[in-house]
Design a protein around this ligand. Structure first.
Ligand SMILES: [Fe+2]
Length: 142
């Protein structure tokens, strides 16, 4: 299967460490989107999806910690950054909802999960992380 290269420099937020991690996340998102076209049996697709999502979400935990560390370190008093950690938590909560749908045998869950994860990251980076990058830049972090 061809590898999807989804990363665009439009997604840069201007802080090196965050951008490097986002690039790695986008590689995993590319792998995830190729699963949309996968024609294997539902069991095969679920198995592939589960291992990929687990890898991605483990990396997400590490990545969220990196951002939250930078927020606490440099932006603890910046009122414009309120809610960033909540956005990370809401991602984790959504993953739990999907887990419930898997358990219930929901037939649409594979494609819904793929779409959700891709759209969440894109939206989060373009809105919330861009604002974070700007504030960190203003605090002298590149
Ligand atoms: Fe974030």
């Amino acid at each position: 299967m061809t590898k999807l290269a989804l990363w665009k420099d439009d997604y840069l937020v201007g802080v090196d460490k965050i951008d490097q991690q986002h690039k790695i996340l986008f590689e995993m998102l590319g792998d995830l989107l190729t699963l949309r076209e996968d024609v294997g049996s539902i069991d095969e697709r679920v198995a592939k999806l589960s291992s990929l999502v687990e890898r991605l979400n483990n990396y997400a935990v590490y990545h969220f910690r990196t951002e939250e560390f930078l927020i606490n370190r440099y932006l603890a008093n910046d009122i414009t950054i309120v809610g960033h950690e909540d956005a990370h938590k809401s991602y984790a909560n959504s993953m739990q909802d999907f887990e419930g749908r898997f358990q219930a045998g929901d037939a649409n869950v594979v494609n819904d999960l793929i779409d959700f994860i891709y759209n969440w990251w894109l939206g989060h980076i373009m809105r919330v992380d861009k604002a974070l990058g700007k504030a960190l830049n203003q605090a002298g972090v590149r």
